[in-house]
Design a protein around this ligand. Sequence first.
Ligand code: SF4
Length: 217
Amino acid sequence: MNLTKEIKQPAVLSVPASGRELPLMEAFYTIQGEGYNTGKAAYFIRLGGCDIGCHWCDVKESWDAAAHPLTSVASIVAQAQQYPGKAVVVTGGEPLIYNLDLLTLTLQQAGILTFLETSGAYPLSGSWDWVCVSPKKFKKPLPSVLAKADELKVIVFNKSDFAWAEEHAGQVAPHTRLYLQPEWSKAQQIVPDIVDYVKNNPKWQVSLQTHKYLNIP
Ligand code: SF4
């Protein structure tokens, strides 16, 4: 059954091309739980708006951009500056729907590292210290974004996803770190397969959603 057909896709709010204001769903200071930067203190900026439609999405509230207040970049950065950890994770939703040049430059000027979490389905904007591309089946990543990935993080829902992961590994740069991460609701069933796969294909590493085990956001 294709569950994605049952999901109504939200309209994405159009925002000024300048990116001076962005639909902010939530922002919070926590620990990055996944991928290369696991364990690092980071301020998360979650932007509203996504038209990808993953059926297992755990932040469906983010999809409707209009449900989240347009917030000035100045205000977003001022909040981020309050915390001792000088790294920000920009996530969504799909943050690359918006022009992120101003947000990332302002953060970097404030001495804050900029980490991106994206599906790669929209052109890359912004100045990034780390780009994590997590490709989704429902809207393919752009080759131009895959080429800029520091990290490729593939969510594994079933065994056929390993072949799909390899397809994308063939499109990233040689230095790109490769991660396989179990989809949370399937973790118990699929983790043994991921462990076997990584042991046999050691260019990959396991990524776990450690924040969920730590019971933090
Ligand atoms: S791309 Fe991310 S936010 Fe959008 S539907 Fe998929 S998991 Fe959810």
